[in-house]
Design a protein around this ligand. Structure first.
Ligand code: NAP
Length: 354
């Protein structure tokens, strides 16, 4: 049981991010004092949306500079906090040149850095870590190794490496390290959220966040000739943010939490938009796997990735998060429609609605 004093500041790392911005907003709307970290304070454009949100909210916001790769850089932002929500970590699935440098080291060193600061900060009682569903399962084809093809909090990714699926590898290594560090002390407890593929409206006009980039590509016609088959475990960004806050504030919250709501593929996402706005160049059929495998390297993904991931459906079990955090989820249609509307209204995709 860990009771958090609601008058103390809460640290959210990486406030400029797609997910972290929603965590910061929901905390500010509830009147909390939020400390957040960003990489470069002089780039105000990247966090102006947070300052605007603060003005409209009941809470207060303090911004600190910190980098995952700089030892002790989260210390100042953590002082006086009982709850730390560690979300910052690079999320990249294509265009990676040096996976160790771009993904694994920031995820792993960053987790060490934040958790060692938690060890050094007497006020800290709980750390909520953003891991991922990919720390539970690496490739979709791995599901055949699981009991009845269903995966849950007991599952760990055992197949990713620096050279194959480096992002899932970075998240697996970081989460394992977090559990190791947490087990070596007993002042603070660790609660982990493992989100599926996060979609839903962004609070900033940023387009370089992977979830946003993929939706821009889908609605702009990149997959017009066909979408890859195979389900994703989709969840709304607002629900994932809410899950982090519940994981921080519910005294009995415990362990890993698979945060995914809908098992859907890219064609299902496209269909939600095509039904409302037929002018959008979204795919209407699946691209054959052999063709996708052929063109994969030109799209920034490996042939092995396509072989192990396209065309596989899997079943996830999200019963634990519903019980432990009393979560319910936003509908798939609302997530997709709200995300699409934000992209149009922010000018990130053309407005072909009329
Ligand atoms: P995002 O928008 O790209 O946010 C990533 C955040 O990490 C940004 O604030 C970024 O800062 C920060 N960051 C990256 N490298 C850093 C470094 N060296 N030092 C300090 N900060 C650094 O991605 P997101 O989707 O919100 O992801 C947030 C978290 O959710 C990550 O832990 C990700 O693995 C996890 N997750 C995401 C999804 C998804 O589908 N989106 C699914 C499961 C889990 P800058 O703004 O300076 O780049």
């Amino acid at each position: 049981m860990t009771t958090i004093d609601r008058n103390k500041p809460i640290l959210v790392t990486g406030g400029t991010g797609y997910l972290a911005s929603w965590i910061v907003k929901q905390l500010l709307d509830q009147g909390f004092h939020v400390n957040t970290t960003i990489r470069n304070k002089s780039n105000q454009q990247k966090y102006q949306h947070l300052l605007n949100i603060e003005k409209e909210s009941k809470g207060t916001l303090s911004i600190y500079e910190a980098d995952l790769l700089l030892d002790h850089s989260f210390q100042e932002a953590m002082n006086g906090c009982e709850l730390v929500i560690h979300t910052a970590s690079p999320f990249k699935i294509s265009g990676i040149k040096n996976a160790d440098k771009e993904l694994v080291q920031p995820a792993l060193q960053g987790t060490r850095n934040v958790l060692f600061s938690a060890n050094d900060t007497n006020s800290v009682k709980r750390v909520v870590l953003t891991s991922s569903i990919v720390a539970m399962i690496g490739d979709a084809c791995d599901v055949k190794e699981l009991n009845n093809g269903v995966f849950n909090e007991k599952s760990w990714n055992t197949t990713s490496s620096v050279s194959h699926q480096p992002y899932p590898y970075s998240k697996t290594m970081a989460e394992k390290e977090a559990w190791k560090i947490a087990e070596k002390q007993n002042r603070w407890d660790l609660v982990v959220i493992n989100p599926g593929f996060i979609l839903g409206p962004s609070l900033s006009q940023r387009s370089d966040s992977t979830s946003i980039e993929l939706m821009i590509q889908l609605f702009s016609g990149k997959f017009k000739t066909g979408a890859p088959a195979g389900d994703h475990a989709i969840v709304d960004v607002r629900d994932v943010a809410h899950a982090h806050i519940l994981a921080g504030l519910i005294a009995t919250a415990n362990g890993r939490h698979l945060a995914a709501a809908h098992q859907k593929d890219f064609l299902s996402i496209s269909n939600v938009i095509r039904k409302q706005y037929p002018n959008y160049p979204v795919p209407q059929k699946y691209v054959p796997k052999w063709l996708f495998q052929l063109i994969a390297p030109f799209m920034g993904v490996s042939r092995k990735y396509v072989k192990c991931n396209v065309g596989y459906d899997f079943v996830f079990d999200n019963s634990y998060i519903k019980k432990d955090l009393k979560m319910s989820f936003i509908s798939f249609e609302k997530t997709i429609t709200d995300h699409f509307t934000q992209l149009v209204e922010d000018g990130l995709i053309p407005d072909l609605r009329s």
